[in-house]
Structure formats: C-alpha cells, structure tokens
Design a protein around this ligand. Structure first.
Ligand code: ZN
Length: 326
C-alpha cells in the first residue's frame, strides 16, 4: 500500500514499484512523495470496439484463419493497460583508434579481369569519430510481453499525462519499477553500446576510445494498450492492440481445420517422397539394379524432405494456436 502525497488516498503498490501514479488524482510521484513533472502519455484513438474490429480484421487476413472467425469470435476480456516507458535523448560522441582489415591484390589473371592470384590481408591502423543523437526507450515495468516492450511508440505525439483521459476508458495505469535515475543510467549504457556497434563497423579491434555521452531530456510516458482475449470454438486467444494507433502488436489465432488438414497432407507427401529418395540413394550405394537415377545428394535431399514433411505434419496436427508478431 502507498499513500498519495497529493490527495491523501491510499492505493496499491508492489514492492518493486518506485515511481508511482496515484489512481485517484493521477499524480506521478516518487515513493518519498516528490512530484514527477515530466510525465506524458499518448492519447487513445481506438476505443474498445474499434480495437476489437481492427484485430478481427487483421486476424481474418492471416494465412489459414477460419472464415467465420470475425462473426463467431466472442470477446471475453478487454482491459486497457497503460504501460510506462522511459524515453531519453542521448547525445553521444566517440572518437576511436583501432585496427581495420585491408588487403592488397597481386597478379591479376590476364584472362579474368578483377581476379587475382594472390590477395594479402593485413591490419591497418584507423581512427575516426561518431557523433549521434540516440532516442533510448526503456520499459518501466519488468513484467511486460516482449512484443509490447518493443512495439513502436510515436513519441512525437506525446502530451501531458491526463488522469481524466485514462479514466475515460477505465485504463489501468501501471507504476514504474525504475526511477528516473536508474532509467538515465541504463540509457547511458545503451547509448554507449550503440556507439560501440558503430565503431565496430569501421574497425575490427578497438585500441582506444574516448566517449562523451550526455543523457539529456528524460521523461516518463504512459502508452495505452488494449489487452484482449477472445473465444473461438472452445478455445481462448490473446491479443494486444495499440490504443493510439490500432496497430496489432501481437495476436494468437486459430487455424482452420482445412488449413491444418492441408498441412498434414503436404507433410505426408513430402515424407513419402523423402523416403523414396533415401531408398534410391541407398540402393545406389548398395549396388542394387536401379541404375544411376540420381547423381548423389539423394540421401541429403531425401532426408531434408522427410524432416520438413514430419514438421509440417506435426504443425498441422498440433492443436497449439498460431502466434505471429506483426
Ligand atoms: Zn492522489
């Protein structure tokens, strides 16, 4: 339990929650009760009904989705979760000295221009610098789906957090497990790693480097996501839809019976052809009178086809739902 330093209400907060948003007055605050001012949100543009329609429309276009899905699917759960993200603008400058790979070419073949008899690789000292502005985006909660964590956030469309707006859709605004201080520290490290990747595109070995990393504007932004569950037949499927953009972040969906049966059929055919190829290849090795029907490789391609066939059959038979990231 926590007590709001601004409206005195008691509200729930977990052990890892360090930057809290009061569910009664919407004030973002530290556990010591200091107000956090750089608190933004992205506005909802897809209400519950629109998010569901968008999702069903998307699902029905997926390969193998049952045709009657949009009319028969029934939504059994819908919740608008406001996930916290820390966004930092980081200005970074790195100058470096290192060793790059280079080569000299000797003895061009007279009949083949551009082809050489000898190529000598050698190390060459190189130096340079990279100046970049990075926008670093760090999820404020540890328990978050990987697809939600990495989905694009249109930070240009940010506005100041409005408690009334989140309440309008009965949104659940999550506290952050990271303080501003921790988020800035992580942003610095991530920017440093990105600079390292830039340098490693130029040199293979870094001998020395100087980094000037300045973590600038850092703010907390709450992003609303519709967490939906729908039922089709006797199974339930989960989906996440971005409330600002209607983007289907991820969705599980059923495959139609005919699609799965098709998978099993193709799998079986491939398995049989594969087995046939293996038999032919073995026959050749054993000297059986089939003649040289195949010039080697029959064993490999046969095995490959048999394996693909088995996988297709397994996938078709498996009742596990499909899940595809967008
Ligand atoms: Zn309050």
């Amino acid at each position: 339990m926590a007590k709001c330093a601004f409206c005195d209400a008691n509200f729930e907060a977990g052990a890892g929650d360090v930057l809290l948003v009061c569910p009664y007055c919407g004030t973002a605050q530290t556990t010591e009760g200091t107000k956090f001012k750089d608190h933004y949100m992205i506005r909802v543009h897809f209400d519950q009904h629109e998010a569901q329609t968008t999702l069903l429309d998307w699902v029905s276009k997926q390969l193998g989705a049952p045709e009657d899905l949009p009319v028969t699917a029934k939504f059994v759960k819908y919740e608008q979760i406001w996930y916290p993200f820390w966004i930092s603008r980081v200005d970074a400058r790195t100058d470096y000295h290192g060793m790059g790979r280079d080569a000299t070419f000797h003895n061009e073949w007279p009949q083949r221009r551009g082809a050489y008899k000898r190529i000598d690789f050698f190390w060459k000292p190189e130096a340079g610098e990279f100046t970049r502005r990075h926008e670093i985006n760090i999820a404020g909660v540890k328990k978050i789906d990987e697809d939600v964590r990495s989905h694009p956030i249109p930070t240009r469309a940010k506005e100041y957090f409005s408690h009334a707006h989140a309440e309008e859709f009965d949104g659940k605004v999550l506290h952050s497990n990271l303080t501003e201080e921790q988020a800035r520290k992580m942003a610095r490290q991530i920017a440093h790693d990105r600079q390292t990747n830039l340098v490693l595109q130029e040199v293979s070995k870094i001998e020395s480097r100087n980094d000037d990393i300045d973590v600038g504007e850092t703010f907390l932004i709450h992003v609303p996501v519709w967490e939906l569950v729908y039922r089709y037949g006797n199974k339930k499927y989960k989906a996440s839809v971005s409330a600002p953009t209607g983007y289907v972040i991820e969705s599980e969906y059923p495959r139609s019976m005919s699609f799965r049966a098709g998978g099993i059929g193709i799998g079986l055919v491939m398995l049989l052809i594969g087995a046939g190829l293996i038999i032919l290849a073995l026959a050749e090795v054993l000297g059986l009178p089939f003649g040289p029907l195949l010039e080697g490789g029959g064993l490999i391609s046969g095995s490959l086809m048999a394996i693909i066939g088995l996988v297709l059959m397994y996938k078709g038979a498996s009742s596990k739902e499909a899940k595809e990231a967008v």
